[in-house]
Design a protein around this ligand. Structure first.
Ligand SMILES: Cc1cc2nc3c(=O)[nH]c(=O)nc-3n(C[C@H](O)[C@H](O)[C@H](O)COP(=O)(O)OP(=O)(O)OC[C@H]3O[C@@H](n4cnc5c(N)ncnc54)[C@H](O)[C@@H]3O)c2cc1C
Length: 322
């Protein structure tokens, strides 16, 4: 049977998380002849469908271009997915805010167990997923007739570009959900790379001491490296950094090529969000800080001295190059 992947987008652009979830879907469907259909639901989504149709591994793109799906609300989207579910034994979405909103509803409507945030595919019905803030890895074998799966995208590579596959309209049915509607939204706008897909992240913790010091110390280094900025929950709770910068169990899960943790102790809840980073650099004045246990490179010292030094060294290096 085929696999259905629910595409994550904002009616303007396709989220990179979908391209990573597609890699997971391709591993699940690793048998000759298994088709993977990408469902793009929204309004004015032709360009997104065309972009999705060029992702390697997709067999077909289904488009539900309808005002009911404009706001990405879980209720109509889940109803759509369930109405299409007969043709699929596996329904997959990236574990983004949207995927985590819609898939539990899909699982409940199908009366199956959701398998959340898989990080490894062992076979079509068997998956690995982290539990206890990433301190243990559980192997789950599904016995349900259908599987509703979310994918922890930091564990999978981006699917490459492939030949364009057919784009066809999806049958959308009559479902209506007047009980829920989007009233308003406030979107954080930033010139920086998106935290979840950035190649480099510079993150600050409680040690920064204030929002002013956070901005004066972390931001210049992040700017120099073209990095996204992250923060520990302690830094966010203290108001040093905005909420959407929080990395960890109750924040964002990131796996950049380089993660620089500055004045962050390395509590398990923080590690749960960044320990899959390719290279971890920790700067902390306490040589016993747990962050050093996961760090590839550690600098023991005062971040208020080390970070400006690092920034100056990088500045003179780029001046020498140019
Ligand atoms: C249910 C739950 C969910 C949670 N979710 C998250 C989450 O998603 N993300 C998260 O981050 N936390 C989360 N936490 C909180 C977590 O347990 C820690 O409290 C938090 O991560 C600590 O943040 P911190 O490392 O910035 O602060 P601290 O633990 O106080 O560490 C500060 C560090 O800075 C060092 N330091 C101090 N001054 C300097 C200096 N001048 N130079 C260099 N180093 C210095 C210290 O040695 C220390 O190691 C969660 C907790 C719970 C209970």
């Amino acid at each position: 049977m085929a696999i259905l992947l629910v595409v994550d987008h904002d009616n303007t652009s396709l989220s990179e998380q979908t391209a990573k979830a597609l890699t997971a879907a391709s591993l699940i469907g690793d048998e000759a002849g298994t088709e993977i259909h990408l469902l793009v639901a929204g309004e004015g989504v032709t360009a997104i469908a065309e972009r999705a149709a060029r992702l390697a591994g997709a067999s077909k793109v289904l488009v539900a271009d309808d005002p009911r799906y404009t706001d990405g609300l879980a209720e109509p989207l889940a109803a759509l997915v369930v109405s299409l579910a007969d043709g699929y034994d596996t329904i997959v979405a990236a574990a983004t805010s949207s995927g985590k909103d819609v898939m539990p509803r899909v699982a409940a409507l199908l009366d199956v167990s959701q398998i959340s945030e898989i990080t490894e595919v062992l076979d079509r019905v068997t998956f690995k997923r982290p539990v206890y803030a990433g301190n243990a890895v559980q192997t789950v074998r599904s016995t349900d007739a259908k599987r509703a799966i979310t994918v922890r995208t930091s564990a999978f590579a981006v699917a490459s570009e492939g030949p364009q596959v057919p784009i066809v309209p999806a049958t959308t049915g009559q479902h209506q959900y007047p009980a829920s509607s989007l009233v308003s939204e406030q979107l954080a706008k930033s010139e920086r790379p998106d935290l979840t897909s950035a190649k480099v992240v510079v993150a600050g913790g409680r040690a920064l001491g204030s929002a002013e010091k956070f901005n004066a110390t972390i931001i210049p280094l992040a700017d120099r490296l073209g990095a996204a900025v992250g923060a520990s929950r302690a830094a966010v709770d203290a108001g040093y950094a905005p909420n959407d910068w929080q990395v960890g169990q109750t924040g964002k899960i990131v796996a950049p090529d380089l993660y620089i943790a500055c004045g962050i102790s390395g509590a398990i809840q923080h590690l749960a969000g960044m320990k899959d980073s390719k290279v971890i650099v920790a700067i902390n004045q306490d040589s016993e800080a747990p962050i050093f246990q996961v760090a590839d490179y550690g600098l023991v010292g005062d971040l208020f001295e080390l970070l400006p030094e690092l920034e100056t060294a990088l500045a003179s290096r780029s001046a020498t190059k140019s």
